[in-house]
Ligand binder design. Structure first.
Ligand code: F6R
Length: 242
């Protein structure tokens, strides 16, 4: 696992965007694994700028997102589909038909999860997976637990994640209690993974990921088993590693 410590959020975004740009330029038909949340927004802004400047072409790029609340309609402005359209897809020339987000309205969830996993395989895996990290060390919505479901599945959100994500909703009660998420095995199908983290609220999760023991109680620590993971974190997020 490679760790790059940068000064602040802006530098984190620049570094992350540079790695993504290199992947897209080297392979215009690449598959991007994408995350939502606050942390990657700066990176997505830089990718959109790269497109506006004529530096990047997304016409043949395909994407697969980590997770989606369940149940939640894609039209809901808190859905991750809505987030992706607003923060990236509507700002670049990606074909929406080539973008994939788990179905937050699936009737048969098990079938929908199996199809999502099969789709990742059919795309030939993921060229670069972007991950944020939860304050509790979750990746996607793989929450700390004694066991982790390996592939795409329905999961219950922990109280700490519901509380952390309530800032986006009218009240904590409005946060869906479940989500569909790629599993750790799905994430490991990516050939390259970058984890972006900023701020002191992520310091304990980064410490546990970078120098704690491997544990399903910190799902991100398992990333140390993947051959190509780069953590890009700012000084505040790295502060407990010293
Ligand atoms: C989002 C996701 C989550 C977030 C994590 C950090 O698709 O999978 O694991 O990456 O909760 O969220 P932020 O960036 O808002 O701190």
């Amino acid at each position: 696992m490679k760790v790059i410590v940068v000064k602040d959020y802006n530098e984190m975004s620049e570094k992350g965007a540079q790695i993504m740009k290199d992947v897209i330029k080297n392979n215009p038909e690449c598959v991007l694994g994408l995350a939502t949340g606050d942390t990657p927004i700066g990176m997505y802004n830089l990718l959109a700028e790269g497109y506006e400047k004529g530096e990047l072409d997304f016409s043949k790029v395909r994407s697969v997102n980590l997770d989606e609340y369940y149940p939640l309609s894609p039209d809901n402005d808190q859905s991750y589909r809505y987030f992706m359209n607003k923060n990236l897809f509507d700002r670049i020339n990606i074909d929406k038909a080539n973008t994939n987000v788990p179905d937050g309205m699936a009737k048969d969830v098990e079938k929908s999860c199996a199809e999502y996993e099969a789709k990742i395989d059919a795309m030939g895996g993921i060229d670069i997976q972007v991950l944020g990290i939860g304050r509790n060390g979750h990746i996607g919505f793989n929450e700390p637990d004694s066991e982790l479901v390996p592939t795409t599945h329905l999961t219950a959100l922990t109280d700490s994640t519901i509380e952390a994500n309530s800032r986006f909703f009218a009240s904590e009660n409005d946060v869906p209690k479940h989500a569909i998420t790629m599993g750790i095995e799905s994430v490991f199908k990516a050939r390259k993974i970058i984890v972006v983290a900023s701020g002191a609220s992520k310091a304990e999760a980064i410490r546990a990921t970078v120098c704690g023991n491997l544990s399903t109680n910190c799902p991100a620590s398992l990333l140390r088993l993947h051959p190509d993971v780069t953590i890009i974190c700012d000084e505040a997020a790295y502060s407990l590693c010293k």
